[in-house]
Design a protein around this ligand. Sequence first.
Ligand SMILES: Cc1cc2nc3c(=O)[nH]c(=O)nc-3n(C[C@H](O)[C@H](O)[C@H](O)COP(=O)(O)O)c2cc1C
Length: 336
Amino acid sequence: MESLQIGKLKLKNRLFLAPMVDVTDLPYRILCRRAGAGMVYTEMVYVNAILHENERTLNMMKTCKEDSPIGLQITGDSVEEFEKFVKLKKLWNKFDLIDLNCGCPSMRITGNKAGSYLLKNPKKIAEIVRILKKTGKIVTVKIRLGYDKNNVLDVAREIEKAGADALTVHARLGVDGSKIKADWSWIGKVKKSAKIPVIGNGDVFSGTDAEKMLKICDGVMIGRGAIGDPMIFTRILEYLDGARRRCFPATNLPRPPAPDSRLAEDEKRSIKENLKLFLEYLKLEEKFYGKDVDMGKIKYIGTNFFKGFSGASETRNRLMSLKSFDEIKEFAENFV
Ligand SMILES: Cc1cc2nc3c(=O)[nH]c(=O)nc-3n(C[C@H](O)[C@H](O)[C@H](O)COP(=O)(O)O)c2cc1C
């Protein structure tokens, strides 16, 4: 797949791992990169929390040499806080790119007038972009179609005028959460009206989805399809490169019964390979977070790996009942 240029950053391909709280920590990003993701971001962090430099936030901003190129995703409601953030170079200097989140629908965030709430005020988004550009870093913005009504073309225009280097469009309103189907027609409309690269997001779960998305915009961002299934990137790349290998649907989605025994064997192998990745994930969690490892997060991620085989539901229940990190590791090792 050809590369994509965003500002001065040349990405090796056009596949993006979506920023996801409680999913895209450093270990998970590494797995997805190894599987082929061309660009990844931290989980969203609140700019105010960054200014306080609390431990949890700094953990969310952990990165390493292999984790490159990397975007820091931030949100916030106060222009003054963004101004303060820009002055604290040590907090953002290690990132290649800063992405402003204008898409989070969570009440905890929109209640503070951040995340998708910002879409109500395109001029304020533009002001924040101008402030972030003072870092000299590449600045991108992740938006939805609007907060409670569609104003995506206005928002996109303001963001581009303010000097953003690229735009990601998650094709739903803020108030839609992720329950309804993403309306990709708006991604195409934004792409037609914008000069900066436009990355499409929403409901990409397979090579064919990615292929369709790439016909209307410049890049594809994958969220839920990559939870418990980092290999989705490899499959999509192979599919797009026209590899003859069969493109399986994501292992974490319901799938029809295998049509023949050879496919069943292939699927078994792919499930086993995927579970080995969960083991690798656990090793990376231990390496980067040690005693700070978050058990709730590990179990959530784990249950997404243990999908797509008979007895998966019992296996997930068992996983949820385990008490310690070592027990989870042993369980996964035995299972593989
Ligand atoms: C568990 C979870 C956490 C998320 N956290 C973030 C986040 O931190 N920042 C963000 O911009 N979007 C976040 N999102 C939204 C995704 O980035 C993405 O826009 C959304 O899931 C739609 O893409 P998909 O259909 O490929 O999942 C999150 C989504 C999920 C499922």
